[in-house]
Design a binder for this molecule. Sequence first.
Ligand SMILES: NC(=O)c1ccc[n+]([C@@H]2O[C@H](COP(=O)([O-])OP(=O)(O)OC[C@H]3O[C@@H](n4cnc5c(N)ncnc54)[C@H](OP(=O)(O)O)[C@@H]3O)[C@@H](O)[C@H]2O)c1
Length: 342
Amino acid sequence: MVKVAILGGSGYGGSELLRLLLFHPQTEIKFVSANEHAGKRVDAVHPNLAHLSDLKFEAMPDTSSLAAFDCVFLALPHGQAMEIVPRLPAGVRVIDLSGDFRLNDPDIFKEFYGREHNAMEAQRRFVYGLTEVNRSQIKEATHIANPGCFATALELALYPFVASGMAEGKIIADMKTGSSGSGAKAAANTHHPKRANSFYAYKTFAHQHQPEVEQLLASVSKLTAAHSLVFQVHSIPVVRGIFGSIYITTREAMTTQQVGALMREFYGNEFFIRFAHGSPDINWVKNTNFVDLGWAAQGDTVIVFVALDNLVKGAAGQAVQNMNLMFGIEEKTGLVIPGTNP
Ligand SMILES: NC(=O)c1ccc[n+]([C@@H]2O[C@H](COP(=O)([O-])OP(=O)(O)OC[C@H]3O[C@@H](n4cnc5c(N)ncnc54)[C@H](OP(=O)(O)O)[C@@H]3O)[C@@H](O)[C@H]2O)c1
């Protein structure tokens, strides 16, 4: 059994880690922390877990006490993990859901996260946890920087085109997210009257997931396509889900069938990547670790559609998938969960 600690268990990412890990046959949740909710029962904060767990949230622990665990999940706001990771006992494996350790350039980190990075030495130990692309490195890793939710969707949609050299020139990524992407704490721009029935764009040319996508694409290709990425995010009035329409110019004309062949070449054996007929739908991936991809092609333009659940494949689910690989556990363990219809 893998002995697990979750730091930040009272948030939305932590909620999903609890939901998945409580029923994972090879893990035991030994510790779960909260900040304002410290001292409460887990099911007082996450009523969906009533009758399923007697765990209680504890205050943030002394880092030395974390030596008792095999794997520590960090589901904390940006900036917290970089304070904690350098002080963790050697031997503890770490999976960080935040953006703190995804970028290997401190200047780019500062530009997009608005703060200095003070743990770049520790950053060098991290493997970027895009499971389907970095699987062999993840198996050997001690530290995982779990990708962002938009980034996971966009990278998986683009990877076959960039890695094969088929993408050329500008890529336009038109991405949408539900409100749970902003976390559990209400804020003026995320609470219900603002978000319900609304649809707006935000963080134009400034979203923090853009540089991690560019970094990943640069690592799998010598093309400059990654540097002409236009990445625009929108808020849509749903709770869970990321949907993207990604416009790619290809080196030569492709048919829809040829795009299908390319997708099968890269993802034909991937359990968590499914191919939709036409457009995928956030409803079919909700609460699951699946990523649904659809596509259409005309001349040298391909549109790839992608849907995933921001809290599962975009956060906790991919984190558990990575934990499985790190501990030699079958990759799908604890993650074979059907969605619902409707
Ligand atoms: N939401 C998503 O879709 C998503 C997807 C991918 C990655 N992520 C990343 O995952 C991380 C967690 O996101 P989230 O949506 O779960 O956020 P969240 O709902 O706001 O939860 C944050 C958690 O951190 C705790 N916390 C806050 N301030 C703290 C402090 N000063 N010291 C110790 N603990 C503190 C909170 O405890 P209390 O509630 O008890 O105060 C809570 O458990 C973020 O870095 C986020 O960017 C989120």
